[in-house]
Design a protein around this ligand. Structure first.
Ligand code: X5A
Ligand code: ZN
Length: 664
């Protein structure tokens, strides 16, 4: 099950033929440098090359009007003057004698990708296309776009492959108004877009790009706009939007297919977006979507105008689709006030439609909407100073770090009589512990044969992860609680800098974790006493871990943001026997946690809990987790508990914030 890559040099063969400052950034090199970067890094060789094809008239008409298609069809035969005139009826777009051909190939590429993914030829894939699509409307070209590639692909997936629900994630920095208009009243297609908005001052300057456009009629709630009202948004702002808005809704929506309007003008250095998120953020955005829809994900290129940033971002995306370990996102800042205001607004309008967001806070008290008009009036058309222009163009950022696949993906450390799942490498416990650890084992677990065996199994796995000889691993131990204690007290901090300890189920964890070397997050059905300090976070679910919606709510809203802010060097996931967590939820949890610590996840399970070895091994080996079906309405108590936890912790953990700080 591979990753498809669609590219054809033909789509570089059109360009702007006259002077138009608004269009000069949309150049053929966008495509060639992206592809060359994939070739240079060896990524393209690891993909399945799928050829594009032309979309048929019937396919284009799934989204566009006959009059519009007929109009575009004439462009290959037009004179330069006619092309200019034809172009004039639309905004920020240009035509060229070869663009109709390329536009058919771009839309057809998206369809080829959908076919490859929906038939199971590949697991996922990316199409590098020009022209982009998300601005084009039923009867109009717009913003460099001729046909709406992704919108056509969504309709096609429904019609040809029977997809019931399609999620479109538009991480391009412009609002894909064409996609919004296409599916506004359609509950079978959920459209999420974040975009530079600046209270309507940024192109395409539409009132309906704001957070309160949630869809119409039966499609109400299925259109999600996150307007960015300031430039300079960072990784933490993007991740917050995913954790606190998109992912909860996406899990509740439960798509059969994920389409990404993959524009990279949302990355640092882009002259259009002017944002500050680094190219490696796209590895995480991609990863966070890869456990939806059983992994069926199709990314289709949209914008991206800084050639360096674009090529790096494309590589990060494709490398993630291929399953390579995720880069660590060090020094994640806290989301900015403006981003939080947007998230608070959009969460508050969505809570009526999505039970999983039911507990979201009220909108901010200051009226964000009125600011739109006021600001637009006050600032007007402010000319950019030379200084501002320079600072916009001279952004520098480090090249993304190499993402090395370990020689062994997954390993196991098991008792001799336990079977090892296919694909996992069975390790025999190392005996060579070095002088320090040798001393510890003598003093602390002497005489306890089980304790010694556990210690050796964990040590062997952790040590091999630390040196990147193995990616992840699973250990079967006689007593999970004792094993966690062993890591927390004896092993963890000697070997790894920060360990994120995730405990599923009841477990006595009465040892100090105050120094930040460990962060313990526990999800259980047990009522826990009040949280002690910053590094021990017990989340109690009223109906226990079998309550899938409560569980995923806690994972997305609490565990993920904490994990991103903590940036662990190792994740220890322990499963208490009888926790009640369902297999699918367990697999989703492992899948999501693999985004931390370069994929170094150590799963601890009890020897008599072997039944879930298969599902565990499957996700550790890189197979997508099965979708969580039929999420029920979460218990109000759990929502409240989550909110109280957030309230209590957000001073220490900035990524937990979902609203502006009180007083604003
Ligand atoms: C696909 C895309 C941008 C159009 C900007 C027009 N279009 N000012 O990024
Ligand atoms: Zn764009």
């Amino acid at each position: 099950m591979g990753t498809a890559l669609i590219y054809d040099e033909e789509m570089t063969k059109y360009k702007l033929l006259w002077v138009d400052p608004a269009c000069k950034i949309e150049v053929p090199e966008r495509l060639s440098v992206s592809y060359e970067a994939l070739v240079r890094t060896g990524l393209s060789d690891r993909c399945v090359a799928v050829p594009p094809r032309e979309a048929s008239d019937a396919e284009i008409l799934l989204v566009h009007s006959e009059e519009y298609l007929e109009g575009v069809k004439k462009t290959p035969h037009m004179t330069l003057e006619d092309l200019k005139e034809f172009t004039l009826q639309y905004g920020d777009v240009y035509f060229h004698p070869n663009i109709y051909h390329c536009a058919k190939l771009a839309a057809g590429s998206a369809l080829q990708l959908v076919d490859s993914v929906m038939t199971g030829t590949v697991r996922n894939g990316m199409a590098l296309v020009r022209p982009p699509g998300h601005h084009s409307m039923r009867s109009a070209a717009s913003g460099f776009c001729v046909f709406n590639n992704v919108a056509i692909a969504a309709r096609y997936a429904k019609q040809k492959h029977g997809a019931k629900r399609v999620l479109i994630v538009d991480w391009d920095i412009h609002h894909g108004q064409g996609v919004q208009y296409c599916f506004e009243d359609d509950p079978s297609v959920l459209y999420f877009s974040w975009h530079r908005y600046e209270h309507q001052k940024f192109w395409p300057n539409l009132r309906e790009s704001d957070y309160d456009s949630v869809g119409k009629g039966s499609g109400a709630g299925f259109n999600i706009n996150v307007p960015w009202n300031k430039v300079g948004m960072e990784n933490s702002d993007y991740l917050s939007a995913f954790c606190h808005v998109l992912l909860p809704v996406a899990y509740e929506f439960c798509p059969d297919l994920v389409l990404v309007c993959a524009g990279f003008d949302s990355a640092i250095g882009d002259p259009e977006g002017e944002m500050c998120a680094t190219p490696d953020i796209f590895a995480h955005l991609t990863h966070l979507l890869m456990n939806l829809a059983g992994g069926k994900l199709c990314a289709v290129l949209e914008g991206g105008y800084n050639l360096t940033s674009l090529a790096q971002s494309v590589c990060q995306t494709v490398q993630t689709l291929l399953g390579d370990p995720l880069p660590r996102l060090a020094n994640l800042g806290s989301p900015c006030e403006s981003a939080l205001e947007s998230l608070q607004c959009v969460r508050s309008v969505l809570r009526r439609y999505w039970p999983i967001l039911k507990h979201a806070a009220d909108p901010p008290t200051t009226d964000v909407g009125s600011r739109r008009i006021k600001l637009a009036k006050a600032e007007g058309e402010k000319a950019e100073t030379a200084e501002e222009e320079r600072s916009r163009e001279e952004k520098v950022w480090p090249e993304p770090a190499e993402r090395l696949r370990p020689p062994v993906c997954s390993a196991s450390a098991l008792p001799d009589d336990a079977a090892c799942p296919d694909g996992l490498k069975r390790l025999t416990s190392s005996k060579d512990l070095g002088p320090l650890l040798g001393r510890r084992i003598k003093t602390e677990v002497a005489g306890d044969a089980d304790g010694v065996a556990t210690f050796l199994r964990l040590y062997t796995l952790i040590e091999k992860m630390r040196t990147n000889e193995i990616g992840n691993g699973v250990a079967l131990v006689p007593d999970v609680a004792a094993a966690v204690k062993c890591v927390v007290q004896d092993l963890g901090s000697d070997l790894v800098n920060r360990v994120l300890v995730v405990c599923v189920g009841k477990e006595e964890l009465n040892y100090a974790t105050a120094d930040g070397k460990m962060l313990v997050v526990q999800i259980s059905g047990e009522d826990k006493e009040e949280q002690k300090g910053k590094y021990y976070i017990p989340m109690c679910l009223k109906k226990g871990c079998g309550d899938t919606v409560g569980f995923i709510q806690a994972v997305l809203g609490l565990l993920l943001p904490l994990g991103y802010e903590y940036d662990p060097g190792l994740v220890l996931l322990s499963r208490m026997p009888g926790s009640g967590v369902g297999d699918c939820m367990w697999q989703q949890l492992i899948g999501l946690l693999k985004g931390f610590a370069k994929g170094h996840t150590l799963v601890l399970m009890q020897t008599n809990d072997e039944a879930c070895m298969g599902p565990t091994a499957s996700v550790l080996l890189g197979h997508p987790a099965p979708p969580l079906q039929e999420l029920l309405t979460p218990l109000p108590d759990d929502g409240d508990a989550l909110e109280r936890m957030r309230e209590r912790l957000q001073a220490d953990w900035k990524m937990l914030q979902t609203a502006v700080s009180s007083g604003n």
